[in-house]
Write a protein that binds this ligand. Structure first.
Ligand code: ATP
Ligand code: MG
Length: 314
């Protein structure tokens, strides 16, 4: 099934759909947590579309993509002459979002100064443009998102706790694709149809061995990665069915990459030990290149870091 373009039928996604519906009818701040490519943008848009504000503006802002020194001016605007280069008055994203919804993506990317301004805005529902003296009142519904471990950032004092609690009122956690592989065929079918249409092709399906490869892959880039893989395969395929030969090289790595030194384990070795030994061996083989090690292990860098700390590997 699809909910406002969000495809999924796994229990984890049904939970997300329900949370979107619950969140949409309220005015409370929402925090979306999920790895890259899990659909945070789609969910934010869906919350807005199902909310009483749906006919007002929806303003997404990717804070991670704005140079740090420009973030404040982007969000709050500035008056003419506020700083060198401020040639005219600029309306910020909060003013544009008045009566509607603002989506602040990569919220972990803002510095201490912007954190303070944001906290004031949430508390007083008012703010000033840079270089301005007038208080501007806004009525904005706020959705924030991050793919960083925000709880860690707060614990390590890299993100203000008072601001965090103001934003973390209703949390929606998006599952990684590897945790909902039962949705793979549904997603594949939908993407196949889309790209058949855009490339004017008529591919009927994905071969069983290809689906096997998909089921055994960790999908560090989640749905975005799957979508790109299907797109590429549709472009390359001239036959009836997408085959493993239409997949990027990283999917064939089980044979070619597994050519290094071998590890042997006795039956009964605890999985935890196997995992630790394998990680150590791969780090050794890659001269400690963690990006490459994660790729060889078929997991995301974040997942590798989590395991390194779990196994106490320095
Ligand atoms: N459940 C889904 N059904 C259909 N398409 C999806 C789904 N989740 C994600 N996508 C698609 O995958 C791509 C990435 O999604 P999106 O931009 O929402 O991810 P994100 O979590 O915001 O990632 P990032 O952290 O990198 O910004 C988009 O093209 C989106 O349409
Ligand atoms: Mg995003």
């Amino acid at each position: 099934m699809a909910f406002n373009q969000i495809i999924g039928d796994s229990p984890a996604m049904h939970k997300v759909f329900n949370q979107i519906k619950q969140a949409a009818v309220t005015e409370i701040p929402i925090m979306l947590i999920g790895e890259t490519g899990t659909g945070k943008d789609l969910v934010a848009q869906a919350i807005h579309n199902y909310s009483p504000r749906k006919d007002q503006s929806y303003i997404p802002v990717n804070l991670g993509a704005i140079p740090t020194q420009l973030v404040a001016s982007e969000l709050f605007g500035h008056e003419k002459g506020a700083f060198t280069g401020a040639l005219r008055t600029h309306e910020g994203k909060f003013e544009q979002a008045d009566k509607g919804t603002i989506f602040l993506d990569e919220i972990d990317a803002i510095d201490e100064k912007v954190q303070v301004s944001l906290l004031r805005l949430i508390e007083h529902k008012k703010f000033q443009r840079l270089g301005g003296t007038n208080s501007i009142a806004v009525d904005v519904r706020m959705i924030v998102a991050t793919n960083a471990d925000i709880d860690d950032l707060v614990n390590d004092n890299n993100f203000r706790e008072d601001l965090f609690y103001r934003m973390d009122v209703f949390r929606i956690t998006l599952p990684p694709l590897r945790a909902r592989k039962t949705d793979l065929s549904l997603l594949c079918d939908a993407f196949l149809q889309n790209f058949n249409k855009s490339f004017d092709k008529n591919i009927s399906g994905i071969s069983p061995s290809c689906m096997d490869v998909f089921y055994n892959y960790e999908w560090p880039g989640n749905i975005r990665e799957l979508k790109n893989v299907v797109q590429r395969a549709v472009l390359l395929c001239n036959g009836e069915q997408i085959q493993t030969e239409h997949l990027p090289a990283r999917f064939k790595n089980t044979e070619s990459d597994a050519s290094g030194p071998e590890l042997t384990f006795t039956i009964g070795t605890p999985l935890d030990t196997v995992e630790k030994e394998m990680i150590l061996a791969v780090l050794n083989a890659t001269a400690n290149n963690r990006t490459e090690a994660a790729r060889l292990l078929g997991i995301s860098r974040r997942a590798l870091y989590n395991r390194l700390s779990r196994h106490n590997i320095k």
